[in-house]
Design a protein. Structure first.
Ligand code: AHR
Ligand code: AHR
Length: 480
């Protein structure tokens, strides 16, 4: 059985079921999600390998070979057509043209389920999915339930990495107009034990860990790599429950009455669905989504416990974040541009500015050092790498506003994430180097300056023209 078969048996069927990793019904063999590739902007849909099975990641890999790919649609498996697509602007605008949010990379969150490769939805700040006119998602004070499986190691304190019920006009229409799962370290409203991240409920204008919009010491900081999160709510009653999605059982972090602050009892739910954003399209958060569902009745703890067992049996596990020629930690490398007319240039820096410069074996030692990088284990993720400047020890290549810089490691979470890159087999040759926190973005030279560019995005340095060549670098032993 799949999770939604279990909810049906419990009398609380799924009315929305989203996953890029697997079928959530044992009989489901339709499309799980759609991807669009950069080479020709065509799309294809990815289905399970067999009914009820894991997504056919190999079909995606073939379709996306030697180009970039985005997730354009996350299909609803419930049969109600409650698909998630690129979120439109609301109270806040997204970074794409016309204020739309970014789409997620199709390859940013590789995992395995029972040993078979699949991809989750890696949400960077600016990324979001939404359905403002779904069928059957509850409104008002009516009861509902939901779960979502997230990457417990991918979060931030921005507002708001959510999955669940939100406003149908993408605006903040007041307290009680949302009921969505939140995950992260935002402390503007509520918090739990320790320093987070926490599962909380986003009820609009408030993230709640318990009844008050304050600290609930019973809501634990999470360190599970795979985190199963549950939220359910009905008339003057709601609960948050969670557990390690890879083993063991669920715990209840709060179960009880609605918040006493005005507007939350009764609730005024509107029945749209969000993923990765707040109700008003607040678009500053990050996180990774693997699977989730919504119901239109209040599921029992027993049903949720059976679903947890089903998720554990799916055996989510990590897999390599890199591909292609491996870079040796501790080695010094130089990275040669490959775009025709620029292939005598190497990724280098002048002060804090990252650029490309013509370097040869007879160049001055200072230039050779500026064009050499020591490979370090990724500051934010040991499965990827960071590039330490050869001539300014303790300084690394990082991006800020998507422009590359060489900067001193200040130890902050943001610095480490901005300085972590996941090399892949080159889109045309050599290697192509993806930004860990923005997997739609790759180290690119543009007008001989270094950026993390996305293929066809809104900035000049995102230009689709020459993209594959501009992000492909040949690795050699460092000049210095
Ligand atoms: O409730 C927290 C956030 O506040 C909501 O997600 C957003 O709509 C508002 O800004
Ligand atoms: O480069 C993109 C983002 O811009 C970085 O993560 C952050 O440091 C800056 O705001």
């Amino acid at each position: 059985a799949g999770p939604c078969d279990i909810y049906s048996s419990g009398g609380t069927p799924c009315i929305a079921a989203h996953s890029t990793t697997r079928a959530l019904y044992s009989a489901f063999s339709g499309s799980l999600y759609q991807v669009k590739r950069g080479s020709d902007n065509t799309t294809t849909s990815i289905a399970p390998l067999s009914a009820g099975g894991v997504a056919n990641a190999a079909a995606q890999d073939t379709f996306c070979a030697n180009t970039t790919c985005l997730i354009t649609v996350i299909y609803d498996q419930s049969g109600r057509g409650n698909h998630l697509t690129q979120a439109p602007p609301g109270g806040f605008a997204g970074p794409e043209s016309n204020g739309y949010d970014n789409l997620a990379s199709a390859t940013g969150a590789p995992v395995t389920l029972n040993g078979q490769k699949a991809y989750g939805v890696f949400i960077s700040p600016g990324t979001g999915y939404r359905n403002n006119a779904p069928s059957g998602i509850v409104k008002g004070d009516a009861a509902e339930g939901m779960y979502a499986v997230f990457d417990g190691a991918h979060y931030n304190d921005g507002c708001c990495f959510d999955y669940g019920n939100a406003e149908t006009n993408s605006l903040d229409t007041g307290n009680g107009h949302m009921e969505a799962i939140y995950f992260g370290t935002n402390t503007a409203w509520g918090s739990g034990a320790g320093s987070g991240p926490w599962l909380m409920a986003d009820f609009e204008n408030g993230l709640f860990s318990g009844q008050g919009s304050k600290n609930n010491a019973g809501d634990p900081s999470i360190s599970y790599r795979f985190f199963n999160t549950i939220l359910k709510g009905g008339p003057n009653q709601w609960a948050i429950r969670g557990g390690n999605a890879a083993s063991g059982s669920l715990s209840t972090y709060y179960s009880g009455a609605r918040p006493t602050a005005s507007g939350y009892n009764p609730m005024s739910k509107e029945g749209a669905i969000v993923l990765g954003i707040g109700g008003d399209n607040s678009v500053s958060a990050q996180g990774t989504f693997y699977e989730g569902i919504m119901t239109s009745t209040y599921p029992s703890d027993a049903t949720e416990n059976s679903v947890q067992a089903n998720i554990v049996a799916a055996k989510y596990a990590t897999t390599a974040l890199t591909s292609g020629t491996a870079l040796t930690i501790g080695s010094s490398i130089s990275l040669r541009a490959t775009t025709s007319g620029y292939s005598d240039r190497y990724l280098a820096h002048t002060g804090s500015v990252v650029n490309t410069q013509v370097v040869t074996s007879s160049s001055a030692t200072s230039l050779k050092q500026q064009a050499s990088w020591t490979v370090r284990a990724g500051l934010a993720n040991g499965g990827c790498v960071s590039f330490e400047s050869k001539d300014i020890s303790g300084s690394y290549i990082r991006h800020a506003d998507f422009v590359l810089q060489v900067g001193a490691n200040d130890g902050s979470k943001l610095f480490k994430e901005d300085a972590t890159f996941c090399p892949q087999a080159g889109l045309t040759q050599g290697i192509s180097i993806r930004a860990w926190g923005y997997p739609t973005r790759w180290i690119r030279h543009y007008s001989n300056v270094g950026y993390v560019g996305s293929n066809g995005g809104v900035h000049a340095f995102d230009a689709a023209s020459s993209f594959n060549d501009d992000v492909s670098f040949v690795v050699s032993t460092g000049f210095a």
